[in-house]
Design a protein around this ligand. Structure first.
Ligand SMILES: [Zn+2]
Length: 151
């Protein structure tokens, strides 16, 4: 079965970022009209805080009842059987795919201490943002592990 992909409406920017970290293709459109969202939905599932919009999307709509991020993430993880796969993590800024790059390529693109302290770097194929597994990453991972073990 192919992995699910998502389209999130304007109220769900934080949730979109977390789904991208988990490795799921998640488009986030802040200012799109309801009709536009439905028109471009395609094979994606529509995650929305708008109950009527979710109903209009039919089987592809999923209404997010809570505005609490942890609750939202748990609901999506449960409904779609998501798992955390850090090998597939996507760019939190633009949903692009990351590729591992040689350390030399990012020498002047990250702070010097970061460059000398890490061996593994990734770059977004969409916007060029550079990623590495720093302290921030550990916090993210800890939070996700906690969420996913709660079930
Ligand atoms: Zn990007």
């Amino acid at each position: 079965m192919p992995e699910p992909s998502f389209l999130l409406d304007g109220m769900l920017g934080s949730l979109a970022r977390w789904l991208r970290i988990m490795g799921y293709d998640s488009e986030y459109l802040r200012d799109e009209a309801d009709g536009e969202l439905l028109a471009i939905l395609g094979d994606r599932y529509l995650l929305t805080r708008d109950k009527q919009l979710a109903q209009r999307a039919g089987a592809r709509g999923f209404y997010m009842e809570s505005d609490d991020l942890d609750v939202q993430l748990s609901a999506v993880v449960e409904r779609f059987g998501l798992r955390l796969d850090l090998e597939r993590t996507r760019c939190t800024a633009c949903n692009g795919q990351l590729e591992r790059v040689p350390k030399e390529r990012v020498e002047h693109k990250v702070p010097e201490g970061t460059w000398s302290g890490h061996q593994d770097f990734w770059m977004c194929q969409g916007c060029g943002k550079v990623y590495w597994q720093g302290a921030h990453w550990k916090n993210i991972r800890g939070r996700l592990d906690q969420l996913m073990s709660r079930k």
